[in-house]
Every structure is written in C-alpha cells, then in structure tokens.
Write a protein that binds this ligand. Structure first.
Ligand code: GLN
Length: 284
C-alpha cells in the first residue's frame, strides 16, 4: 500500500474512533514510523511501505484507536519548543503549563527575584524544571516528585537538555524531601487539582495519564492545601510562588492562601483562553 492511501485510510479510522485531529495525528504517526519530518512525509506520498514498517505502524495505530495519547505512543511531547521524553508514568506537558512559565519569567524579569534557588514541586516529566533551569541560568533548580519512575523520566530530559549541573532531583511527598534549613527564592508547581466528579468523566486520552498526577482528592484542593501549609517555611522573604490551578478554583485557592499570614500579593492570572489558571503569591 502506498503512503497516501494508508494516510487517508488512517484519517478515516482515527476520526471514527473519535480522535479530534485525525489528519495531524495520522501524519505524525506515519512520520514517526518512517522517521520523516512533516515536509518529508508530504513529499513521500507515492512511497510504498516495507512490510515491517507497515506492521509496526499498524501496532501503533491500534493503540491510538484505543485513544492512548499520541505522546505516549511516540514517547515524546513538544513543550516550550523543546522535545521532552514522556511515558505513561508522567503527565504529558500541556500548553497551559507553558503559559504558567511565561507568567513566571515575565514576573522575574520585571520584578527580579531575591537570591536563592528554585523549587519545582511535582516535576513529572521535568518540563517545568528544564525550562526554568534553561531560562534562569544563574539559579540552581531543585525538583521533587513522589514517583521514582517520574524522576527517571525527568532525569533523562534534564540530561538531554544539558542542565544537569544545576538541577537536583529529590524523591518525596511534597516538602518532606527538603532539608528544613533550605530557603527558596521561587517555588513553582503544577499540582494535581482535578476534583472527584471530574476524575470520573475524564476525556479518554487523559484517563491514560497517572491518576496521582491529576487527582486532587474529592474537591480537587487536597494537594493545594498541603502546599499552602508547607511551602512558606522553605521560602525566603520576598520569594515568589506560582502554581497552575483549575479554571473554577480561583476563589477557593485565594481563600486557602489568604488564611496564612505568611503570604501577600495573592493574584490569579488568566491564560490565553481567558480562564483564571495561574495563581501567584509572595512570601512576605
Ligand atoms: N510538572 C509536570 C508538568 O507540569 C507534572 C505535573 C503533574 O504531574 N501534575 O507537566
């Protein structure tokens, strides 16, 4: 079968399975099997696939038809225009998290940061850690995750992006892995914040992602409460905290943090879709 025919057939099968961007996904999956870029793929439309390529492709297509995310199938996701290795042990980095990082970097450039290292709580694939280590080249970045498997994926991404000399990964439940004498200038987290009812109705692709990276307990705020209580003792005065939140959590998160006298300048920023998704506070 020639590539063009296989592509068209795949687009139909993916659309029938409920995949929302079947043209893009068919092209990416075929390109992955052939080792082609997007432009190479479109120039090779009359090419015949070798039997091994065809059977490898069919295995991967079958997984996508069951709605496994493409990023897990190809083992990679682009984030901040950089390639990140991903596996089902980590959350797939998302565009909202790029917006979180943009807000952080704008704030750091405009207002500066007190001296001290950076802490990423819940590193997952290492997306936030790697970008902060690259963009804030004068800082050490500490990353914590409860999952050793996630730390393994993060370690690969940190090595691939060559920031390992300034990055330190720790295994633990939120702040338990941090020495109590350490003080951070910037603390960032994309914590699990999905509530119970929403966890029961996840999009099929999202259900493949690690439950512990998504679920924030019955009301979605369990981990956010822990962070509010645990981070202020490890922050320097004037240090900044940034966190991704759910679109309907603005009020609850402001309430949680305002019950601690250790924080001021609480703010929630909207993302590009106009949703209040980025929380910020200062350690006063
Ligand atoms: N920090 C990672 C990310 O932003 C993982 C977050 C998580 O697993 N909740 O993608």
């Amino acid at each position: 079968m020639i590539l063009k025919q296989l592509y068209l057939e795949s687009v139909h099968r993916l659309a029938d399975a409920g995949v929302t961007e079947p043209e893009i996904e068919a092209a990416l999956l075929l390109g992955h099997v052939l080792g082609y870029s997007r432009s190479q793929f479109f120039l090779a439309q009359e090419q015949e696939l070798f039997p091994q390529q065809l059977s490898f492709y069919n295995t991967l297509l079958a997984r996508r038809l069951l709605r496994e995310p493409l990023a897990y199938i190809v083992g990679e996701q682009e984030f901040w225009s950089l390639p990140f290795k991903v596996s089902p042990k980590v959350l797939i980095p998302r565009p909202e998290t790029e917006e979180l990082l943009e807000k952080i970097l704008v704030s750091v450039r405009q207002n500066g940061l007190p001296p001290g290292p950076v802490l990423d709580l819940g590193v997952g694939s290492g997306a936030i850690t790697v970008v902060l280590a690259r963009e804030l080249a004068d800082r050490q970045v500490f990353g914590v995750d409860i999952s050793l498997e996630a730390l393994g994926v993060a370690r690969e991404n940190i090595g691939f992006h060559q920031v390992q000399p300034r990055v330190f990964l720790l295994n633990g439940n939120w702040l338990t892995a941090i020495e109590h004498k350490r003080r951070f200038a910037l603390v960032v987290s994309n914590p699990p914040y999905i509530d119970g009812p929403a966890m029961a109705t996840l999009q099929r692709e999202v259900a493949f992602e690690p439950h512990c990276a998504l679920s924030g307990g019955a009301d979605g705020l369990a981990d956010i409460r822990v962070l509010a209580a645990q981070i202020h003792p490890v922050m320097v005065a004037g240090g900044m905290f940034f966190m991704e939140i759910g679109a309907d959590q603005q009020e609850s998160v402001l309430k949680i943090f305002s019950s601690f006298s250790e924080y001021d300048r609480l703010q929630v920023h909207s993302d590009l879709a106009g949703l209040p998704r980025i929380f910020q506070a200062r350690r006063c």
